[in-house]
Design a protein around this ligand. Structure first.
Ligand SMILES: *Cc1c(COP(=O)(O)O)cnc(C)c1O
Length: 381
């Protein structure tokens, strides 16, 4: 070992890179029989047998009815807005992955940003009413980090003003309130099965519909609007999940319970070890029994010795790739920042959180030694 190297550089040379997440991957050999079945049937897509089986299996697992698979979560959001014929203005949160608002722009809808609640970083229902105009047709909240939105308050406002609700539930796989799926709320909920999510099909997504008729419309929209050989009822898109992705999802589902258990263990251990660190604040999602522990966000306070970005750099020096989810806010990106509701003065809580947040590594195969490496960096500043 070169004694003249600073401690960080030495560590960087010796320690493996630790990423914020690692995809849940079922054993490869277990997937071979599924592939063989696809090769034998020669059905590769278009709602084949694995597509149908995964829809049924997910409905049973999640405790929902009328789940429609899609090729990814973003097309799920775009299609959900089409399915409900949403137009005009939609109220949403700036504190999310950029796809949330992009789905509105793809539909020619104007996003209207409202601020978030300081404890959960979910959309603050108290801010919604003031943002409603005669053009408002819907609300698009996000169950951020898998922690449920204030669904009752949002529903009440939607009922009062006759607005639709589409939940971006990309983080919320398996989350329940009162023992029932969070996905039963609102008019539609959209899941993402992207590689980085709690449950993945490499790429994938789903729309949870309230009834068979809505699912039928989604099915048409995700298949070019085609009903049969001679009938096209809508300018649909190609949003179908392929048989490979669906088959993989079926296999992944066998491992999801143990993955969720381990996520909870990691989250609880992080909370314990970090609770004594002055200036580091955990969110309610961290310890909550109703969270799926999709992420482990911390907020770096003014009373922590160094800034969030300095801590972010410290992690990088030690080969730990943490992420600033969600910084910058969606409202800061060029296609949004000109909107009247995108100003920081309108979004003080979200703007502050975006400057303080760091998401620490969390994934089912993470070891306690890997966690100790992360904790050690936080404690040594
Ligand atoms: C991942 C994600 C999406 C997009 O899902 P994809 O499957 O990657 O298209 C949308 N919204 C949020 C909040 C996400 O985290």
């Amino acid at each position: 070992m070169n004694a003249s190297l600073p401690a960080e550089a030495t560590a960087a040379l010796t320690e493996e890179t630790l990423f914020v997440t690692q995809p849940l991957l079922s054993p490869l050999e277990d997937f071979i029989p599924y592939l063989r079945e696809i090769w034998d049937s020669k059905v590769l897509t278009n709602g084949g047998p694995f597509h149908q089986r995964l829809e049924k299996a997910l409905e049973a697992y999640l405790g929902v009815e009328h789940l429609a698979l899609l090729s990814n979560g973003t097309l799920g959001l775009v299609t959900a807005l089409q399915a409900l014929r949403i137009t005009g203005e939609v109220i949403t949160t700036p504190y999310s992955f950029v796809a949330t608002a992009h789905s509105l722009l793809w539909n020619g809808i104007k996003p209207v940003f409202v601020d978030v609640d300081p404890h959960t970083l979910n959309m603050d229902p108290a801010k919604i009413e003031a943002a409603i105009t005669p053009q408002t047709t819907a609300i698009l909240p996000v169950h951020c980090y898998g922690y449920p939105c204030d669904i009752d308050a949002i529903q009440k406002i939607a009922d009062n003003y006759n607005l639709k609700i589409i939940y971006d539930a990309a983080h919320a796989f398996g989350v329940k309130t009162d023992g029932k799926s969070i996905l039963r709320h609102g008019d539609l909920s959209v899941l993402s099965f992207h590689a980085t999510k709690v449950f993945n099909t490499f790429e994938g997504g789903a729309i949870i519909c309230p009834d068979a008729k809505t699912k039928q419309r989604v099915n048409h929209l995700k298949n070019f609007g085609i009903v049969d050989e001679t009938t096209v009822v809508a300018p649909g898109i190609n949003g179908k999940m392929s048989e490979i992705n669906a088959a993989f999802g079926l296999l992944q589902l066998e491992h999801i319970d143990e993955a969720l258990v381990r996520r909870r263990e990691i989250s609880v251990r992080y909370c314990e070890l970090l609770s004594s660190v002055k200036g580091i604040h955990c969110l309610p999602a961290c310890e909550s029994p109703i969270s799926n522990h999709a992420y482990f966000p911390i907020l770096v306070g003014d009373d922590y010795p160094i800034s969030r970005d300095a801590l972010y750099e410290k992690f990088r020096e030690r080969n730990v790739i943490v992420r600033r989810y969600f910084y910058p806010l969606i409202s800061e990106f060029p296609m949004y920042r000109g909107l009247p509701t995108a100003h920081r003065a309108n979004l003080p809580v979200a703007s502050d959180a975006a400057q303080r947040v760091l998401c620490l590594p969390i994934f089912p195969t993470m070891t306690n030694e890997q966690m100790d490496r992360v904790i050690d960096i936080v404690m040594s500043c």
